[in-house]
Ligand binder design. Sequence first.
Ligand SMILES: Cc1ncc(C[n+]2csc(CCOP(=O)(O)OP(=O)(O)O)c2C)c(N)n1
Ligand SMILES: [Mg+2]
Length: 591
Amino acid sequence: MPRMRAVDAAVAILEKEGVDTAFGLPGAAINPFYSAMRTHGGIRHILARHVEGAAHMAEGYTRAGAGNIGLCIGTSGPAGTDMITGLYSASADSIPILCITGQAPVARLHKEDFQAVDIAAIAAPVTKMAMTVLQPAQVPGAFQQAFHLMRSGRPGPVLLDLPFDVQMAEIEFDPDTYERLPVYKPSASRAQAARALDLLAASERPLIVAGGGIINADASALLVEFAELTGVPVIPTLMGWGAIPDDHPLMAGMVGLQTSQRYGNATMLASDFVLGIGNRWANRHTGGLDVYRAGRTFVHVDIEPTQIGRVFAPDYGIVSDAKAALEIFLEVARERQTEGRLANREEWARECQERKRTMLRRTHFDDVPVKPQRVYEEMNKAFGPQTRYVSTIGLSQIAAGQFLHVYRPRHWINAGQAGPLGWTIPAAIGVTAADPEGSVVALTGDYDFQFMMEELAVGAQFRLPFIHVLVNNAYLGLIRQSQRGFDMDYCVQLSFDNINSPEVNGYGVDHVKVAEALGCKALRVFEPSDILPALQEAQKMTAEHRVPVVVEIILERVTNISMGTEIDNVVEFEELAISPEDAPTAIALLD
Ligand SMILES: Cc1ncc(C[n+]2csc(CCOP(=O)(O)OP(=O)(O)O)c2C)c(N)n1
Ligand SMILES: [Mg+2]
């Protein structure tokens, strides 16, 4: 049996499990692991500037491709605690990432050793498994189990904490005969599919709510096939956005309090049946449950048994992987079609389409400073269906959800549940590392950008080109808007006179200088008519220089974006579109 250090076994397992990229930041307690990566070769390492950044890069990497598992590595103590936000955001959105931390030697764990902290206990609530491996011979099993858990059932992250002496100890391990453990994924039965389709058949105005579980299961094509076969319109959730192309006639819009369209909410309110697949009835999607549920029958399909009934009791629940469920749904539906038992849903689908064509918000404003709505109109013109958008939180993310177009799964990459400021830049780096020839467009407000802008240097160093659209209102805009309820504008201003950069007109931080100082390129835009040329120029610059290119758009300071407390009570702050010229890139008007 080959003898090797536990860390050498661990790195051999990473290779066997298909990991070839790591995002990390070394320190003394994780140096043995780094020495194993160096000896083994074959793992590309991207050096983050902040350990939280490494965790978000790993998330972006996973989210970019089916089967990807992002790996993030840090030393002991603060490196582990820095990665907790990434573990939280990954677990909340059902994203598998593997986080490896160094640790003080086993015998000194109890002695308040330098940077010894019980990271496994801290990480426990935000991981599927968090383990300080105390026995060197357990290392192969811990890694094997980690991959099994990350891929099984509801996907999610794992943390493995390796004490220094455990890393260094020699063990017996044979990489050649290592096997991946089987992955557990429950499947809907025929009887369950028939029951769900019976309930669907009994309805008149049905909808499918398509969640991120469909994207995780790589089942978007099956979803579209099922919708087309049954004629049922689809409402993607924020995490499911892209599962059906925005321009598909059965894509009925998004529902919710913020990232939603007027037509999406109106269609939900008009429906009488909802089949939720791989979704979790997030509160920003449902709003108040009384309004959301009134007069509707619900079927809920989820891979995690305890998710059924968590938010509300559906009329019928099925525990199944989304792909397995859609396969059997399709089989049963095809049989019913042959027997002439599928209802004709054309009239209902046409009504939904008519709402999509008419219930539009205005985007075409010529104001200077620029109104945010105009930015998304220009982005729709500049960026095609191949674009992978990466965004996190704030008014920019909300407006993006209302106005941008997404045509493919994994092309809207968003920290949906956690929304941690600073996520966007490192996540975009992870997405670009996974798809270096793809066209990645990050989108943030000024505050999200400032949270983790040092990571731009990683994009410059490792030649990971993406465009970063930075909409600058010199405000914590979303929080300023929500403070209207308190009648205050308190501690939310980011503006100041920058003594080095009078050209930013009191907007405070000079983001162009920041980006350039970090090795990136940057453009600043003040006029609406300059946005499209700047985005086109940025596309050329990313191709030429292969570094991140920031396009900063100076916005009007105060704009309120449509949002509300209930899906039947979303407040509009601007005039609505009354003619096609008001919303020239609205999806139903593009063809
Ligand atoms: C770590 C963290 N702290 C606080 C918040 C709350 N929060 C949400 S949006 C926001 C302001 C965002 O400002 P900016 O990025 O400039 O976007 P804008 O809303 O102005 O478009 C804050 C503070 C958060 N999401 N994450
Ligand atoms: Mg802002």
